[in-house]
Design a protein. Structure first.
Length: 85
């Protein structure tokens, strides 16, 4: 029901974690996650593999910027602007 197939999940993590990969988690990630936003994908080869094979959208941002964005959300600030954009 709804628009689940077209929208999917956005996965945001400063440092994504989780290295327990099996066939079920790979299939679930492919069908559930549409885009991943993180600072480092070395600890999660599943997301890295899905991103490099263009099965999900992936964005890599500086970990400090992600931390400040999360802090801005928690304090209801309008956002976080870096010197590069």
């Amino acid at each position: 029901p709804g628009d689940w197939d077209s929208r999917g999940l956005n996965y945001l993590a400063k440092i994504p974690s989780g290295n327990n990969i099996n066939e079920q988690s790979t299939a679930a990630a492919k069908s559930m996650i549409k885009r991943a936003i993180g600072g480092h994908y070395g600890q999660v080869p599943l997301l890295g593999n899905l991103a490099t094979s263009n099965q999900i959208e992936a964005w890599t941002l500086p970990m400090g910027s992600i931390s400040r964005m999360i802090r801005a959300q928690a304090t209801h600030s309008p956002g976080h602007i870096t010197t590069v954009g």
